[in-house]
Design a binder for this molecule. Structure first.
Ligand code: DI6
Ligand code: FE
Length: 397
């Protein structure tokens, strides 16, 4: 297939957004075999069946690199409680929060977990998302952690989207281990990681390093196991306070550190040295009415790759719009639309360790989004409007 008369963005061309004004893309099977200025299209491709996109914007398919999109129930009641004055941490400490979603997730069947995730997945697909990362972490027992990961993997058999799964057994201690977080790590988290890995269900290992969750030394035990299994790590770090999770994760060569509201300049330096992506999650900042901003200026100063994701979860970020996450990153954190665009394409791919996505270039998977837009800045600019015109997944429209 040949796409003609396209405005290409996210190519390897120099200049803002990697823009190519009068571009063409050649797709063969599930791969991009050529992308560039139409005037330079090699003659061998001239006779291919062509789709004239009439100047529309063609970008890599978007990548949501941090979600908890598989979960049971919802937390609308907690939303009401927060509006009545309770804080997120107060609710968590009084048995609500993550633990209430754990109860709802344990009582759902795997089929039900899959079915309830699909409308949320469909919302992402409708916005041109072609790869989604999905975490476990609401089962917190061996069976339910595995059920979450299986449900996540089944999404890719049910919908045209690529799924990467992260094991997040170190998300919270379940009620039966309240106050016994070390025993939880030994008796549940590590055995669950081993079982999930043995079942081929884990692409990366994540953790929540926070006062209401796990300490750096506890996370280190989980990461030691990940390293022994040859799995890459990532971490929810410095979201509500500064515990030093970022520097710990960098010591394990983490793919990404995520949230980072309380990260410091030294953390940014450690991430730069380790090649770790900073994942910015403005939906959680917005929902929790956080006032501490992630240190974007320090991330820029250290030339860190920054990704932007929804953090889709029932508690702190019930958001299924990656375009809205881009808008929030720009408006709340003053990230430029160019940074937001790289954050849902190139840098999001890197946060997942994917070398074949996020860039519009020969050799990449043919995952593309075609927008009724003139410039990529439009993707971050509007609020609640979706300009997607067509989505191509693995070479198929
Ligand atoms: N950080 C978050 O913002 C979510 N998980 C995490 O580690 C919140 C999850 C929840 O409240 O259910
Ligand atoms: Fe999260």
């Amino acid at each position: 297939m040949l796409l003609r008369h396209a405005t290409l963005a996210g190519t390897t061309a120099d200049g803002p957004y990697g823009l190519i004004a009068d571009g063409a893309v050649v797709i063969d099977g599930d791969a991009i075999v050529w992308a560039g200025p139409e005037a330079q299209l090699p003659a061998t491709f001239h006779r291919l069946e062509a789709l004239d996109v009439e100047g529309r914007l063609v970008t890599p398919g978007l990548i949501d690199c941090h979600t908890h999109i598989v979960h049971g129930g919802n937390r609308a009641r907690e939303f009401e409680m927060r509006l009545e004055g309770a804080s997120y941490e107060e609710i968590a400490r009084s048995g609500g929060g993550i633990v209430s979603t754990v109860q709802a997730t344990r009582s759902a069947t795997e089929d039900r977990l899959l079915a309830s995730a699909l409308p949320r997945i469909d919302a992402l697909i409708a916005e041109g998302v072609t790869t989604v990362e999905i975490k476990s972490g609401y089962g917190l027992d061996i069976d339910t952690e595995l059920a979450m990961l299986r449900a996540a993997r089944r999404i890719a058999q049910t919908r045209p989207i690529r799924v990467r799964t992260s094991f997040l057994g170190a998300h919270a201690a379940p009620p039966e281990y309240a106050g016994r977080t070390d025993a939880y790590i030994d008796e549940v988290c590590l055995p669950a990681l081993q079982a999930a890995h043995d079942a081929g269900l884990v692409d990366a290992v994540d953790g929540f390093c926070e006062g209401i969750a796990f300490s750096p030394s506890q996370i280190a035990r989980v990461f030691d196991r990940a390293r022994a299994l040859g799995l890459p790590v990532k971490l929810h770090a410095e979201q509500l306070s500064h515990l030093g999770g970022t520097r710990l994760a960098c010591g394990y060569g983490a793919l990404s550190c995520d949230h980072l509201e309380y990260a410091t300049d030294a953390d940014a330096a450690a991430m730069a040295a380790a090649g770790t992506v900073a994942v910015i999650l403005p939906g959680a900042f917005y929902t929790l009415r956080e006032t501490r901003m992630p240190p974007i200026a320090a991330f820029r100063a250290h030339a860190l790759p920054m990704a932007v994701a929804t953090d889709c979860n029932p508690g702190s970020s019930p958001m299924t719009s990656l375009l809205l996450a881009m808008n929030m990153a720009a408006t709340l954190f003053r990230m430029t639309p160019q940074e937001c665009f790289a954050g849902v394409t190139r840098h999001a791919a890197r946060a997942l360790g994917l070398a074949d996505a996020g860039v519009l270039a020969a050799g990449m998977r043919a995952d593309l989004a075609i927008w009724d837009a003139e410039s990529p800045a439009e993707l971050a600019y509007r609020i609640g409007f979706n300009p997607l015109w067509m989505r191509i997944f693995g070479g198929r429209t």
